[in-house]
Ligand binder design. Structure first.
Ligand code: SAM
Length: 280
């Protein structure tokens, strides 16, 4: 049977290529092409953009992106078994799909992409936050991408958009909201995937800000935020002791009460502290 785009249905593709999902690869596939087209639309107008997709698997989202008019899709997939299925999609959309069989954690995709670049991905859960933090913490800003449209476990998506004072507020919220505008744009139940994961999922769309909201060195910010939230129930003067002997003075200079806890400090405060700590 053929699907909306004239290619075989994803169920047939999976059967023909014997693509039994592997848990070790974080494989939970989307099989509904209406749904993948809807996710692709959350990324905005793709017609003038190159799209970077991590983990295309059998190609459900890839097909959504191409059907929605992406100028080019660069798909990076670690599992060699899906290469045949992806080659069929590439043949159906000449010159618009490039597939690389590589680990997204080690590949630098930049030389194969022409700006503007949007990243759209149903991320493997085991490397999702690691990739997100890398996209958010390059030394220079703005980054090579203009937007990220990413599927996460719902609990991770909620941490990304959390506000100060919330138990979910932490490293992901601060790094995400410091340099971008994350919004949850879709929620998906486990049954949307094959096999269904244990938890609900959500798509988060981020537009990169032209400049970070507040000045700070990304590495210093990441380090102090990680230390502060690692012991989130302690007062900052205790949880940040490892950052430097004079941390109490630095907190005061940044306008933060040393007796506050990490989750009480807004992004502006963390950036002020990063600038104090960077003074050396
Ligand atoms: N995009 C497909 C979809 O929506 O149906 C598959 C999504 S599945 C959640 C994650 C995909 O990422 C799998 O195809 C898996 O093989 C791939 N993957 C896992 N680790 C990877 C890595 N380090 N680099 C690139 N791809 C990876």
């Amino acid at each position: 049977m053929s699907a909306l785009d004239g290619l075989p249905t994803l169920r047939d593709v999976i059967e023909q290529h014997d693509l039994v999902a592997k848990k070790s690869m974080g494989q939970n596939f989307l099989l509904d092409l209406n749904l993948t087209a809807k996710i692709a639309r959350q990324a905005g107008d793709l017609s003038q953009c190159d799209v970077l997709e991590i983990g295309p698997g059998p190609g459900g989202l890839t097909r959504g992106l191409l059907a929605e008019g992406a100028r080019k899709v660069l798909a990076v997939e670690k599992d060699r078994r899906v290469m045949g299925a992806l080659a069929e999609i590439a043949a159906h959309y000449p010159n618009r799909l490039e597939v690389i069989n590589a680990d997204a954690l080690t590949l630098n995709p930049l030389e194969r992409l022409t700006p503007p670049v949007r990243v759209v991905s149903n991320l493997p859960y085991n490397i999702g936050t690691e990739l997100l933090v890398r996209w958010l913490t390059p030394k220079e800003w703005p980054p090579y991408w203009t937007s990220l449209t990413l599927m996460f476990q719902k609990e991770v998506a909620e941490r990304i958009v959390a506000q100060p004072g919330s138990k979910k507020y932490g490293r992901l919220a601060i790094l995400s909201q410091w340099r971008a505008t994350p919004h949850i744009v879709m929620e998906l139940p486990p049954e949307a995937f094959s096999p269904p994961p244990k938890v609900h999922s959500a798509v988060v769309h981020f537009e990169a800000l032209a400049a970070p909201r507040f000045d700070a060195d990304p590495q210093v910010l990441e380090r102090i935020v990680a230390a502060g939230f690692n012991q989130r129930r302690k007062m900052l003067r205790a949880s940040l002791k490892g950052v430097g002997a004079d941390i109490q003075d630095r907190l005061v200079a940044a306008g933060i009460k040393p007796t506050d806890r990490a989750e009480q400090v807004p992004i502006e405060g963390w950036c002020a502290l990063a600038r104090e700590v960077a003074k050396g």
